[in-house]
Design a protein around this ligand. Structure first.
Ligand SMILES: Cc1cc2nc3c(=O)[nH]c(=O)nc-3n(C[C@H](O)[C@H](O)[C@H](O)COP(=O)(O)OP(=O)(O)OC[C@H]3O[C@@H](n4cnc5c(N)ncnc54)[C@H](O)[C@@H]3O)c2cc1C
Length: 880
């Protein structure tokens, strides 16, 4: 008998003694024999091993004999038998681990080809379906959770606690000798990846407090045996592990790199490397501000739990550092590959130019070392580096319509079907040693002098569920409710009419593809909402074209704009203390929850730029630091557009008071975030300075004490000044103004020029000047007009872009409401009626068809002179 076999026999006999004294049960003993001796040996030797019991303990002997008979009588579950046989064949070639190395390992099968379907997809309520006729990787023979549609009649269970072997894939069984028995790890406890002791836990470590439940039925016994065998299946001949490098793709659902790792049939080591220097890139990106870091911290901790549920864990590593000590992500990956023997690194691609550059370097350097590295596209719907303007040209670049035309004209690879989440992830024989998650210091809280912690994120914590499940729950809630109001009332700040999914999209806890599928599948197909995903892609495309987007104005003349340097104004804006309730409410919401809706972002951005004259970069940086969804590409694009120097000009400026008409008609938003104003009446809550002193007294409002004084009062003059400043720089830098159209000219990046040069020459869109290629871009009519009369005030400009509030579906309701309470409102109503009458008459006289009814339509004030924005007939403007 070879020595190892003798050792195994000894271990078995030792275990038999435990059974005899009642410390182990017969089921476990039998399972352990199958594990340690193997299938054939157990069949041939088990009866001999238990023979002494036939005299010493007849009852135990007969129980064990019965187990043996049951197990070896006839293959009731052929797939399981086959799986066991194959695994045992493989194990024969390899030395068996000793018992104390074995059965309670929280390990799962090495072989991803095994099929383990949970009875329910991971997160509740996913409405994404995989049509039968569409080839879907999620439906492959991988251990994935099936899409909810196919399982929708099954009972709801959030996790797959019970071991649940539903089928095995015969074809794939034939291709590999690896163990095919799928095992859920959930009946074992998987060590917590963040705890220090667990970091060093390796195969063979046993947590004595964690034991498999005692199997009851024969089928369960077999599964238990299989499960234990799985724990032993690590062998020197097992394939080298795969490093699955997680970045901003912290999800199990629709994760191409994750699914690819399963396809490789090797153990998977999920890794997260924190390297702040690489994240930040060149220039001032503030890519990871405080709120984002906090979100990341929480999201990582949720993701660890998700990985544990599928039998894996996340290894944290730190890169970066100073001087010679500095370690890049590449260096960290190389070291890890050496340590673990990994020959493959998989990740989902990122598109910030500096991160793409880093990834390209990682890819080629690893390949030189013989380590395969693959990156998968999933962060956007379109790979921004593949977007082409061919057939569309460059006119209108920067607008979402132009971008969508480009995508329609050059569709590229299909967006494809979302991938189901896996239910198990094969773990390696040895876990590399990482660092504790807390040591990467993402959720840093300052301390007061007395040593107590300033928990600035307490409200953020209360406001969000940071998990992938939280993302799906929010999506579902939105598609069931908010989406019905989204098309017309997404501007409302006082109601949750938008999805609030931005942070989940940013950190890849929800893939845009999943979101698109669900949105398309919703009963109310919301085109405006779907278009937002195109905006998101557009932002990434712009960032790849203009890597300086976060700090450098794209339109050259605007770099010379006179900006204010008033720090106290900036501080007041940041802290929500401007004295303008709508602006303050939004900035306080941002500070407390890390978020505000799109409309409010426009309001506060307009205020900073057009009324305070503070540079857009200040707004960008503050947003980057305080938004939980701070996204360099989107944030920079939006601030550039707001700062009048992006590829697209916003064709509106939000008025800090009148905008409330659309977004907070009853003042409830202001009441929530500025509670000191709560007792003011609806019609004056957005302009408390207009309240009579007695009203203020009754409401307990004292300017400078309970609520700040307005930091600026001359709104109209300030707006005019802003317009004049623009006219001035456009005059100074005439070479950047197209003489024919009056549009601003923007130097094109080389990549775009080289791709579209021929085409652009054909359609005459590109003007060449020196070596720069200048393209006329969308320019506000107001600016073009101002050039003719640079000193004119904003009010006299017929294209004055200041919005005095939109007419929303609530218009009539609001007017009726105000009418009851305020004389001004009735004047307003009469004004509106009069304008409507005049317009009707004009149209009749000119033989034009009647204007469409304003009811339910978003409309813009046609002239700046109108005090109120309810005059129908103006052009429709939209905040994208
Ligand atoms: C000055 C300014 C700065 C902004 N900074 C950011 C930012 O840092 N990060 C960010 O995600 N969004 C930013 N936005 C865009 C937009 O305001 C947010 O995406 C939106 O408010 C998020 O809320 P939501 O998920 O409910 O959006 P929804 O309206 O429900 O939209 C769904 C998703 O579409 C995407 N989206 C929506 N609007 C835009 C847009 N205009 N451009 C690109 N993508 C969009 C987002 O990913 C969003 O989650 C900014 C807007 C402005 C005006």
């Amino acid at each position: 008998m070879p020595p190892s076999a003798a050792g195994d026999q000894a271990a078995v006999r030792q275990m038999l003694r435990e059974v005899l004294v009642g410390r182990e049960d017969p089921d476990s003993f039998f399972a352990m024999c199958v594990s340690v001796l193997g299938h054939q040996e157990t069949r041939s030797q088990f009866l001999a091993i238990i023979k002494p019991l036939s005299t010493a303990n007849i009852r135990l002997h007969s129980v064990l004999s019965a187990l043996y008979q049951q197990y070896f009588s006839k293959p009731e579950d052929d797939e399981l038998e086959l799986a066991l046989a194959l695994s045992l064949l493989e194990m024969k070639d390899n030395p068996m681990p000793t018992p104390n190395q074995s059965p309670l390992q929280p390990e799962v099968t090495d072989d991803p080809s095994s099929v383990l379907l949970s009875s329910k997809p991971k997160s509740q309520g996913k409405t994404c379906t995989q049509p039968q006729d569409v080839p879907c990787r999620g439906k492959s023979a991988l251990p994935v959770q099936s899409s909810s549609k196919s399982k929708e009649n099954l009972p709801e269970t959030k996790t797959h606690k019970a071991m649940h072997v539903e089928s095995a894939d015969h074809q794939s069984l034939g291709t590999s000798q690896a163990l095919r028995v799928p095992v859920s790890s959930a009946s074992f406890s998987v060590p917590n990846a963040t705890s220090k002791s667990d970091q060093t836990m390796q195969e063979g470590d046993v947590n004595p407090s964690e034991k498999p439940r005692r199997p009851k039925s024969r089928r369960q016994r077999r599964k238990a045996a299989a499960q234990q065998i799985v724990g032993l299946a690590r062998s020197p001949s097992a394939p080298p592990p795969v490093l699955l490098w997680f970045r901003r793709d912290l999800r199990l659902c629709d994760n191409p790199a994750l699914i690819r790792s399963l396809e490789l049939g090797a153990p998977v080591i999920p890794v997260f490397i924190w390297c702040p220097e690489e994240e930040e890139g060149p220039g001032v990106t503030v890519a990871m501000g405080g709120a984002c870091k906090y979100w990341l911290h929480q999201a990582l901790s949720c993701f660890c739990a998700s990985l544990e549920q599928i039998g894996s864990r996340l290894v944290f590593l730190k890169a970066g550092g100073e001087g010679n000590e500095r370690r890049s992500s590449l260096h960290t990956l190389k070291t890890l590959a050496k340590e673990t023997g990994a020959q493959t690194v998989l990740a989902n691609a990122l598109y910030e130019p500096w991160l793409k550059e880093r990834d390209d370097v990682v890819l080629s350097a690893l390949q030189k070392e013989g380590v395969d590295c693959e990156m998968f596209h999933s962060y956007c719907l379109r790979d921004p580096f593949s977007v082409s303007t061919e057939g569309v040209g460059l006119r209108g670049i920067g607008s979402v319509s132009h971008f969508m035309s480009c995508c329609r004209q050059n569709p590229g690879p299909a967006i494809g079907v979302p991938l189901d989440p896996p239910v198990s992830l094969p773990s390696p024989a040895f876990w590399p040693q990482g660092v504790a998650m807390d040591s990467i210091d993402l959720a840093r809280m300052p301390r007061r002098k007395d040593g107590t912690i300033i928990d600035w994120a307490a409200n953020i914590r209360k406001s969000w569920d940071f998990s992938e499940d939280g993302a799906h729950a929010r999506l579902e809630a939105f598609l069931h409710d908010g989406v019905y109001r989204y098309e017309k009332e997404s501007g409302r700040a006082d109601a949750p009419n938008t999805s609030s999914l931005s942070p989940y999209l940013h950190f890849g806890q929800l893939s845009p593809r999943w979101l698109l599928w669900d949105a398309k599948g919703a009963r109310c197909r919301p085109p405006k909402f779907q278009r937002k995903l195109a905006w998101r892609d557009l932002a990434y495309w712009q960032l790849t074209l203009f890597p300086d987007l976060p700090w450098e104005s794209l339109r050259p003349p605007y770099k010379a704009l006179r900006w204010s340097t008033n720090r106290s104004h900036l501080k007041a804006w940041q802290k929500g203390k401007t004295g303008y309730p709508l602006v303050d409410a939004a900035m306080r919401q941002l500070w407390l929850t890390g978020w505000m809706n799109n409309y409010m972002r426009h309001v506060v951005a307009s205020f900073l730029i057009a009324y305070l004259h503070l540079p857009w970069q200040e707004g960008y940086r503050w947003f980057q630091d305080t938004l939980v969804d701070a996204d360099v590409a989107i944030d920079a694009m939006m601030w550039q557009n707001g700062g009048m120097c992006g590829l697209d000009h916003w064709n509106f400026v939000m008025h800090p008071i009148d905008a409330a008409m659309t977004c907070d008609p009853y003042g409830s938003y202001v009441r929530k975030w500025c509670p000191e104003l709560a007792d003011l009446p609806d019609e004056l809550i957005h302009k408390p300075w207009a309240c009579p002193a007695s009203m203020l007294r009754r409401a307990g409002v004292a300017f400078g004490q309970t609520y700040p004084e307005r930091i600026v009062t001359d709104l109209e003059e300030r707006r005019s000044k802003s317009l004049q400043d623009v006219a001035l720089v456009r005059k100074q830098f005439q070479q950047y103004v197209d003489k024919r159209s009056g549009c601003d000219l923007v130097p094109l990046p080389k990549r775009l020029v080289s791709k579209t040069l021929g085409l652009s020459h054909r359609d005459g869109a590109v003007v060449t000047e020196g070596k720069e290629f200048l393209l006329p871009v969308i320019t506000r009519m107001e600016f073009k007009h101002q050039l003719e009369d640079p000193d004119a005030d904003a009010a006299s400009n017929p294209y004055n872009a200041v919005l005095k509030g939109y007419v929303s579906r609530k218009r009539d309701e609001t007017i009726a409401f105000l009418n009851e309470r305020d004389f001004t409102a009735s004047v307003m109503y009469e004004g509106a009626q009069r304008q409507e009458r005049l317009e009707r008459d004009r149209r009749r006289m000119e033989g034009l068809p009647p204007a469409p009814s304003p009811r339910g339509r978003a409309r813009r004030t046609p002239t700046a002179k109108d005090k109120f924005s309810i005059v129908p007939g103006g052009a429709i403007a939209s905040t994208n």
